[in-house]
Design a protein around this ligand. Structure first.
Ligand code: HEC
Ligand code: HEC
Ligand code: HEC
Ligand code: HEC
Ligand code: HEC
Ligand code: HEC
Length: 432
């Protein structure tokens, strides 16, 4: 009987190739798996710092800071309404600070020299009193302040030092952490691959009758010799090359897809205007300021005159409100930093979505009424628009315009009329 692998020449010409195929196959498999895994684990790792600090006070402090202090204080030494809180715990004891936060006015009235000094320095702007924050809460806030002020400023353009933006700003494209995890994985993969190939080599030797040879010497020398051979093995080299190529391709594609995607963008604004305060606590209607949402393409950013409807009397003495006055006196508009911005090639109309379709702002912008600083929550990519047009039913209620269409549609489909059915996927609807 002629068993192929007994015949040395045939075996040799077949085996090296199959071995390199195997190596390449394993390499591809491993790198795909690990890439998927790497992404998951970066997502997890991204959440980890918060979770790790969850035991301590800083994580709780962060939430407290953002909800109570961020509209007036930065974690850096930058002035907002009040002084930057960086190093506040070195200026005063935590007991002093606790008393101050509970009731700064009482301290000023009692004649505490530092309290009086800083009050005058800030033009007698009154800090809100927080009698319900416990000493632990306040310690937590400053644990967070110390942590955040020690961290390097976020790289995101314009976000540097913007306390509320810190942590919220996401990077587009692969993060540093992602790259570290990737590199670590590649190393692990190469080790695994090395071991696999050692095993393959030993096995193949056993099969080809060199087993007797190889059993001489102890395990370590055999292992060492195999490793040497493995390092010189063309199959390993080509596998390494493949992994490298795949990683480069993956990184390039990721980079290309995230060009211009600004999800998570939350720049610092020239006036620390808070939607949480105005739209959340005081429940001012979005339309009151964004007068275009029901009527036209653009939602509009309010002019300083709209602010003056209230701030002609409310909080006139606040340095932030003074900026509105300065803007009006100098006749220069407030230079708000634009957050959401589609490229010119795409057409988007607010009234079509808000007025006709009856969508809530939250569908696309997230819960603005909870945001101290506006952040772009959706990706605003073409895929995002299309995805919603595929899934969303057209709001046909009380809209005669759609009656005919609904009838026609119902005659050949059981499903509800989707935006896609009325041409919501046609290129020309969104591109001029
Ligand atoms: C409405 C604005 C406002 C809010 C909200 C606010 N502060 Fe202040 N804070 C100020 C102002 C203004 C000063 C400067 C003193 C003054 O004018 O009363 C100040 C001063 C301070 C100081 C002294 C700073 C220094 O340099 O030593 C500390 C500490 C402080 N605030 C902590 C907090 C904490 C903690 C919170 C949140 C729980 C908070 N503040 C919320 C406006 C505010
Ligand atoms: C008192 C006036 C006022 C009210 C009320 C208000 N806004 Fe705004 N909004 C502004 C100002 C001023 C800006 C620009 C500064 C900024 O980005 O914070 C803005 C910015 C925005 C932006 C980002 C614009 C950009 O640059 O891309 C969105 C989105 C937004 N508002 C949505 C809402 C929603 C949703 C509501 C209701 C829940 C609302 N706003 C209520 C004044 C207001
Ligand atoms: C419908 C009334 C209303 C309008 C319009 C309005 N605000 Fe306010 N704003 C308020 C109220 C109420 C407060 C809370 C005052 C307080 O804390 O005592 C406030 C607080 C503020 C503060 C915090 C001030 C501080 O020192 O605590 C800023 C900054 C501010 N508004 C900016 C703006 C800007 C900018 C606009 C225009 C885009 C605007 N507001 C429009 C009602 C309004
Ligand atoms: C279907 C999604 C969607 C809904 C719903 C929506 N927006 Fe927008 N919004 C966008 C997009 C997309 C942009 C960016 C537009 C651009 O750059 O041309 C934007 C931009 C804005 C801006 C910046 C100024 C401008 O018009 O470019 C403001 C302010 C705003 N939206 C407020 C609102 C408010 C207030 C509501 C609710 C009444 C709302 N939006 C509902 C998608 C939406
Ligand atoms: C949250 C869901 C949602 C998102 C996100 C969304 N849309 Fe829409 N869009 C709708 C709905 C619902 C309608 C149907 C409105 C109507 O009845 O005319 C619509 C209609 C349209 C139309 C008119 C289509 C037609 O055939 O008349 C255009 C153009 C459009 N959207 C553009 C965009 C663009 C551009 C984006 C992304 C920047 C976007 N939309 C994101 C829900 C969405
Ligand atoms: C519902 C709205 C919508 C429809 C329908 C739509 N697009 Fe887009 N398209 C967009 C938006 C929004 C962008 C900008 C997205 C961005 O910057 O990531 C875009 C970007 C693009 C770009 C620029 C490349 C890029 O990714 O930035 C091209 C090319 C394009 N679209 C082609 C098409 C073609 C071809 C069709 C028809 C098959 C089509 N689009 C249908 C909304 C739409």
């Amino acid at each position: 009987m002629n068993i192929p692998f007994r015949e040395d020449s045939k075996f040799c010409s077949f085996f090296p190739r199959s071995k390199s195929f195997l190596a390449i196959f394993v390499a591809i498999l491993l790198s795909t798996c690990s890439l998927a895994w790497a992404q998951d684990s970066t997502a997890a790792a991204g959440a980890a710092p918060a979770a790790a600090a969850g035991g301590g006070d800083a994580a709780k402090g962060e939430a407290l800071f953002k909800n109570n202090c961020a509209q007036c204080h930065a974690v850096t030494d930058e002035k907002v309404v009040g002084p930057g809180l960086k190093g506040a715990t070195t200026r005063n004891s935590i007991e002093w600070i606790t008393k101050w936060v509970h009731n700064s006015q009482a301290m000023i009235a009692s004649g505490d020299p530092y309290a009086v000094k800083i009050y005058n320095e800030y033009n007698k702007a009154q800090m809100t009193a927080f009698p319900n924050l416990s000493e632990d809460d306040i310690k937590g806030i400053f644990a967070y302040v110390d942590q955040a002020s020690a961290a390097p400023a976020p790289a995101a353009a314009g976000a540097a030092g913007a306390a509320p933006a810190a942590g919220a700003a996401q990077t587009s494209g692969p993060s540093d952490l992602f790259m570290i995890v990737l590199v670590a994985l590649v190393v692990v993969m190469l080790l695994v691959l090395g071991v696999l190939l050692v095993i393959v080599t030993i096995l193949s030797k056993a099969v080809s009758g060199e087993a007797a040879d190889a059993s001489k010497g102890d395990f370590m020398t055999r292992f060492g010799a195999s490793l040497k051979r493995v390092a010189g093995d063309p199959a390993i080299r080509s596998a390494t090359l493949w992994i490298f190529v795949l990683l480069v391709v993956k990184a390039t594609l990721d980079g290309a897809y995230s060009v211009g995607v600004q999800q998570g963008y939350a720049p610092k604004q020239p006036i620390s205007f808070s939607h949480k305060l105005h739209a959340g606590e005081y429940k001012i209607d979005c339309n009151y300021c964004h007068t275009g949402v029901n009527r036209g393409k653009s939602a509009h950013i309010p002019s300083a005159n709209i602010c003056m409807n209230c701030h002609g009397v409310i909080k006139k003495e606040s340095p932030e409100i003074q900026k509105i006055y300065t803007s009006i006196e100098n006749n220069t508009p407030i230079e708000w930093v634009r957050v959401h911005n589609l490229p010119d090639l795409a057409y988007f109309n607010h009234s079509q979505h808000v007025n006709v379709a009856g969508l809530e702002c939250e569908n696309c912008h997230g819960d603005i009424a909870k945001m101290e600083v506006i952040q772009q929550r959706s990706s605003l990519t073409m895929g995002w628009c299309i995805d919603c047009h595929r899934k969303t039913d057209v709001n046909t209620k009380d809209n005669k315009y759609y009656d005919k269409l609904v009838q026609l549609h119902a005659s050949d489909s059981k499903e509800a009329l989707k935006v896609a059915d009325i041409g919501g996927l046609e290129c020309s609807k969104c591109h001029y």
